[in-house]
Ligand binder design. Structure first.
Ligand SMILES: *Cc1c(COP(=O)(O)O)cnc(C)c1O
Length: 286
């Protein structure tokens, strides 16, 4: 504590990413890092780029990376935003889209960074209780709100919402932004990116930290209507115009283009969830 602090600093309740032990012979599950290496093509892209060109600033818009992401999802570049990890993308969303007079809604058990952002940006929020089976009931979110956010699948519960449930929420909630945080969608579930062209208030965030094994590079993204993307660009260019460094840009492109490697490591992670179920005498996915 110090008299030199801005008053907001005294009020903050910062996020902590769990215990970060120093040992290297540990499987650390509390930040959900991928056990498999990044795509060899991503590592080769970093090696090929590292050199004299690091004198230069990166492309402030990371256009080539946005193009790879847009191509992967069949979207346009102006529907894609990229940031320094999806935490930074989320920070810009909270500041640029969720500072409203009505309360932001999110589940009472969810990613704990959401409350930290609300503290930082002085956003008033309402926690919506999960159902008894720990699932999100989308009809609970059809009420007065200045925005809605939830991870799908939710973290740390792992419960997944089907796309038609998200769509029914979007049909009922047209006057505020709905953000689906898809940090884990590649491990099972259908991405809501396919709904973006139909719902101008839908924004989907993803990260290369989990399913693409690049947590150390810090690359996150959002896909949504160009007007929502423009809001994020305006916040970004008032905060840090070069959020992605050149190495992250080239490795991110390679990671998004190397679809075969991505699919095979996701498959291996998914298969590691298979367990023997005594009651049905079968191997089932957890
Ligand atoms: C890991 C995680 C993030 C943040 O990912 P980064 O891109 O590494 O910042 C965001 N949301 C959820 C739900 C996560 O689990």
């Amino acid at each position: 504590m110090s008299k030199f602090w801005s008053s907001i600093v005294h009020q903050l309740d910062p996020y902590t990413p769990g215990e970060q032990p120093k040992g290297t012979n540990l499987v650390k599950l509390n930040t959900n890092e991928n056990p498999y290496a990044p795509s060899p093509k991503a590592l080769a892209a970093i090696e090929a780029y590292a050199g004299d060109r690091l004198r230069l600033y990166p492309d402030p818009n990371a256009t080539d990376l946005k193009k790879s992401i847009a191509d992967y999802y069949g979207m346009s570049i102006n529907q894609v935003f990229v940031g320094n990890g999806s935490d930074e993308v989320l920070a810009h969303i909270f500041q640029g889209l969720f500072q409203q007079s009505k309360p932001l809604l999110f589940p009472d058990i969810t990613y704990s960074f959401y409350t930290a952002f609300c503290g930082l940006y002085k956003i008033n929020y309402e926690l919506i209780p999960l159902d008894n089976d720990l699932t999100i009931n989308v009809s609970d979110y059809v009420r007065n709100n200045g925005g809605i956010i939830f991870p799908n699948p939710n973290a740390p519960t792992g419960c997944l919402l089907a796309l038609n449930e998200i769509e029914s929420l979007l049909k009922a909630n047209t006057e505020s932004v709905v953000v689906v945080d898809e940090a884990y969608i590649d491990f099972g579930g259908e991405s809501a990116v396919s709904l973006v062209n139909y719902y101008p208030n839908l924004l989907v965030t993803q990260t290369l930290s989990k399913s693409r094994s690049l947590a150390g590079l810090r690359i996150g993204l959002a896909v949504g209507h160009p007007d929502l993307i423009e809001a994020l660009d305006r916040v970004k260019d008032s905060f840090n115009s070069y959020p992605l460094d050149s190495l992250a840009i080239v490795a991110g492109i390679a990671a998004f283009t190397d679809v075969d490697y991505f699919k095979s490591t996701c498959e291996r992670v998914i298969l590691s969830r298979v367990v023997w179920q005594e009651s049905s005498h079968k191997w089932v996915l957890r």
